[in-house]
Design a binder for this molecule. Sequence first.
Ligand code: ZN
Length: 255
Amino acid sequence: MQGNVDDRLERMQELIIQVSDCLNSDSKIAVLTGSGISSESGIPTFRGKNGIWEQFRPEELANFNAFIKNPLLVQSWYKHRREIIEKVQPNVGHYALAELDDLVSDCWIITQNIDNLHQMAGSRHVVELHGNVFKNYCIECGKRYDGIDLPKSVNSMYQCECGGLIRPDVVWFGELLSETEQRKAEQYCQICQVLISIGTSGVVYPAAGLPFIARENGAFLVEINPEPTELSSLMDIIIRQESGIVLPLIVESIR
Ligand code: ZN
């Protein structure tokens, strides 16, 4: 049994060295991250086991029709999510990616997460494909309301000074991604030499299409994920382990 564990560790070390060998101070890296890296920080999936919110599925609340029908309900759900996310800290994986930024020429983070943890860890170039739960705007006049404290109206709803409803600046079910963010992500994938896919299942498009763009443009592809994903067959190197374990080792190995 011990032999097995040692073999697996040795294998992981070999893979980490192979990845580090591809990276140097001239490297341009794109890093695609999904919920896996955030769950290592303790961010729940918001499916079930959340008290009063247990009776709702995220897709029932995270859509524009639900918001217009019952703004208070949807706003309260996002308040609940912000309060949970606010207490969470980036993990060693997030910090390792921020450090990688200093060790290579470019390290672009393309994330499907809305929790702000990459920026908190210090990553400088973050594309937020699905928005950010701490950013909000008025659906009438577009005025931005960022942070935790939003203006409330007499009926407890978050309302802009113009009277319009305030919604989170996140991409809801049935909505399109921001064109600017999507274009930036695609550009990064066209010019990166290495793409690292972390904690993403590869089923949600257009994010799942990004590794294909990188591949077409000759990038080396790495997957870090404890579980096989829809993208696994595309990868040059797969490390079946949590990013909080692997990323600090890659950074250490480059240093
Ligand atoms: Zn307004």
